[in-house]
Design a protein around this ligand. Structure first.
Ligand code: CAP
Ligand code: MG
Length: 409
């Protein structure tokens, strides 16, 4: 296993001392020499083997890790080291997973081909909406917004990250009603529709919720993987493997780890862990929407979760995914119809585009918002300028009048 770190030594600590301490504390060393350090233990120490400026690569013998256990991996290579006094700043930029380690995980159950197959959507980007306001709507209000969005042409309904099982919108009631509505809309439109219902909770309850979804013929569940934790996510993935359910992964709280460029854990590492464990969809940002994330960053995350291999660069490592299925990139956060061409230009067709406010903020309501979204998508795929297409498409025209091509701040 190889890890790439950005590091800055603390005052008075040399570069060699700093990287040595990182390698040691993240493998099997501590702050002092040990009488218990025998030869067979010395053999599995991690070693820093390449230092370039503030970047260091550290190699970890595979014996240090328990296969199939992401919490244990993170307790090692992203554990105590971030708090060491010898280090001023430290960022885990990437982890190269070796073949044997990858083989101890299932990875995604479906990948883009699998999802396209059960959704019967050949090659266009997949579309999604999250009802807004985030929380507060009753179950009936939520289902009505879902129905309108599905009828207007959206493929997936999604819960918001902080909607789980609150007084005003109970999980089990929501699941029953939304899947009933889903079945009705499928009959009416002749299109496949699905629902990323948020099962995030304490692990046993989360699995109970996922079972409920499976019994209702749901194809997907959604998890906030960072707040639920890696262990909970792994348990959910096991359940979904046995029950043939796909997983939509929301990354709420990621910026607490990855926003500081000098310290923490990169979004790339988080995204790769999601693919390793087996998320079928993963939020990766927009580059043009309401949340931070540059174009280069978003492309790197896209490539790392979509491609079978990725070559290394200054801030990432070579990775061969050893045949593991891909995770579909989800672009979300401040998007509206006017931004659809930008996102497709950036991500291509194998992605999920999510518009929340960009649908439910439409001046004529959710159905018109969903229609405007599909019109923007159709125009982009046909290579027609949105402004030209809007002449004959009222919903898109109203959306462009409202938001234009603006990038939210
Ligand atoms: C988007 C969203 C998502 C963000 C999360 C929200 O809504 O549902 O949580 O996209 O960010 O609540 O903001 P809008 P990311 O479409 O109304 O912006 O995808 O970057 O993880
Ligand atoms: Mg949200």
């Amino acid at each position: 296993m190889i890890c790439l770190f950005y590091f800055e030594p603390a005052k008075g600590i040399s570069v060699k001392e700093a990287v040595g301490r990182v390698a040691s504390e993240s493998s099997n060393g501590t702050w002092t020499s040990l009488s218990t350090l025998k030869e067979h233990i010395r053999k599995i120490r991690a070693r820093a083997f390449e230092i370039k400026g503030n970047y260091v690569k550290i190699a970890y013998p595979i014996e240090l890790f328990e296969f199939g256990n992401v919490p244990q991996l993170m307790s090692s290579v992203a554990g105590n080291i971030f708090g060491m006094k010898a280090i001023k700043n430290l960022k885990l930029l990437d982890i190269m997973f070796p073949k044997a380690y990858i083989k101890s995980f299932d990875g995604p159950g479906f990948g883009v081909h699998g999802v396209r197959k059960f959704m019967k959507i050949k090659d266009r980007p997949l579309t999604c909406t999250v009802p807004k306001p985030k929380v507060g709507m009753t179950t009936v209000e939520h289902a009505k917004v879902g129905m309108d969005a599905w009828l207007g042409g959206v493929d997936f309904l999604k819960d918001d990250e902080n909607l789980s099982d609150q007084k005003f919108n109970r999980f089990y009631k929501r699941a029953e009603l939304c899947f009933k509505v889903r079945d009705m809309v499928e009959k009416k439109t002749g299109e496949r529709k699905s629902y990323f219902i948020n099962v995030t909770a304490e692990t046993k309850e989360m699995l109970k919720r996922a079972k409920f979804v499976a019994d209702l013929n749901g194809e997907y569940v959604m998890i906030d993987f960072l707040t639920a934790g890696f262990a909970g996510f792994q348990s959910l993935r096991d359940f979904c493997h046995d029950n043939k359910i796909a997983i939509h992964v929301h990354r709420a709280m990621h910026a607490a780890f990855d926003r500081n460029p000098k310290h923490g854990v990169s979004m790339l590492v988080l995204a790769k862990l999601v693919r390793l464990i087996g998320g079928d969809n993963m939020h990766i940002g927009t580059a043009v929407g309401k949340l931070v994330g540059s174009r280069e960053d978003v492309m790197l995350y896209r490539d790392s979760i979509s491609n079978s291999k990725i070559s290394g660069g200054k801030e990432n490592l070579y990775q061969d995914w050893q045949g593991l299925k891909d995770t579909i990139p989800v672009s979300s956060g401040g998007l509206h119809p006017g931004l659809v061409p930008n996102i497709i230009g950036l991500l291509g067709n194998d992605c999920v585009l999510q518009l929340g406010g960009g649908i439910h903020g439409h001046p004529n309501g959710t159905i018109s918002g969903a229609m405007a979204f599909r019109q923007a998508l159709d125009a982009t795929l046909k290579g027609i300028d949105l402004g030209d297409y809007a002449v004959e498409h009222k919903e898109l025209r109203d959306a462009l009048r409202m938001w234009g091509y603006s990038r939210p701040v």
